[in-house]
Design a protein around this ligand. Sequence first.
Ligand SMILES: Nc1ncnc2c1ncn2[C@@H]1O[C@H](COP(=O)(O)OP(=O)(O)OP(=O)(O)O)[C@@H](O)[C@H]1O
Ligand SMILES: [Mg+2]
Length: 369
Amino acid sequence: MTQPARSATDEAAVRFSAVSKRFGKTLALNEVSLAVRRGEFMTLLGPSGCGKTTLLNLAAGFFSPEGGEILIDGERVNDLPTYNREIGMMFQNYALFPHMTVEGNVAYGLKARHIAKPEIDRRVAEVLGLVKLAGLEDRKPRQLSGGQQQRVALARALVINPTVLLLDEPFSALDKNLRASMQVELREIQRKLGVTTIFVTHDQSEALSLSDRLAVMSEGRIRQLGTPEEIYRRPLERFVASFVGDANVLRGRLERIEGAHAILALGATQVRVPKGSLRGGAVSAPVDLYVRPEHLEVIETSGPCARSGTIVAQIYQGGYVDLFVECTDSSIERLLVRSAGHQAMTRWPIGTKVGLAISTDEGVAFPIA
Ligand SMILES: Nc1ncnc2c1ncn2[C@@H]1O[C@H](COP(=O)(O)OP(=O)(O)OP(=O)(O)O)[C@@H](O)[C@H]1O
Ligand SMILES: [Mg+2]
């Protein structure tokens, strides 16, 4: 088994440096640069076709990039075949070997690496304990539930002690509850082992809840890299603001700049936002304010409001209520207000005339293109 020597000079476990990949006329990746730290849980998030799987496949060595460099542990791997990369993989259709037992499936990668039998037995037992499958060694995949099959696939990826774990939408076939519990377990196991992980999803709530950092992608580029909180609270561009989480877009006006902040006028109120995303927009110019539904509040119409409108729908969500408010202040806007608890259901019935207030310091504003 040839394992590239670990380099102490590169702190990144995986580094993509201006990586481009083309399929015919499609530029699937356009000079993507990304450094994944050792032990980090990095998520690639983006709409269908944005290049997530392509980036993962390049890390795995299924094909080579046309331009740029890929380094694993400081070693250039552009032309290193998959079987020399020490990579654990789990894909959406994780394709267990149907004729092999759980034990056989998990041991497969070790046998292929010519590891001695006692060592294989020890590692298979250890990893099956880790994914809570001890006792099911002799079952065939068809005798397992969906969640158990998923665990076999995870065990199979982990058993080789991979330098990097690559996961491509591994839970997308599972129902909501199973998916949630597998997410928690994956994160626990990943932390315990400290294995560098690149996880692909187009599910933004999965990305926000699991990742140390996430890279939001579209059209073959990384649009923003940051912690879940940075991405959610301080999106740097409209695409990120609308793709990650729900956002209301309200037209306002730039009133003035105060230090690092911009003061916006919305209806009869003023809202403070970071000025960075406005890129020096002119005072009194129109701007779009992106506000999360939990940062809008329904208020009485008697006070100063950012908007006024009518409650047109209520959706009970269990822990919170979604209220839809149709505003006709300027053009017609349908805004979503997320209210914790259930009281909003009775307090603001459908048809009520209401005002809206915006939490200060929470929104992000962009100039009108
Ligand atoms: N083998 C291939 N041959 C031709 N085009 C390809 C190939 N693989 C990917 N593409 C194209 O490259 C682009 C990126 O594809 P990729 O599979 O990386 O997207 P993705 O972000 O994983 O999307 P999804 O969320 O749907 O899985 C798409 O336009 C896709 O059609
Ligand atoms: Mg994909």
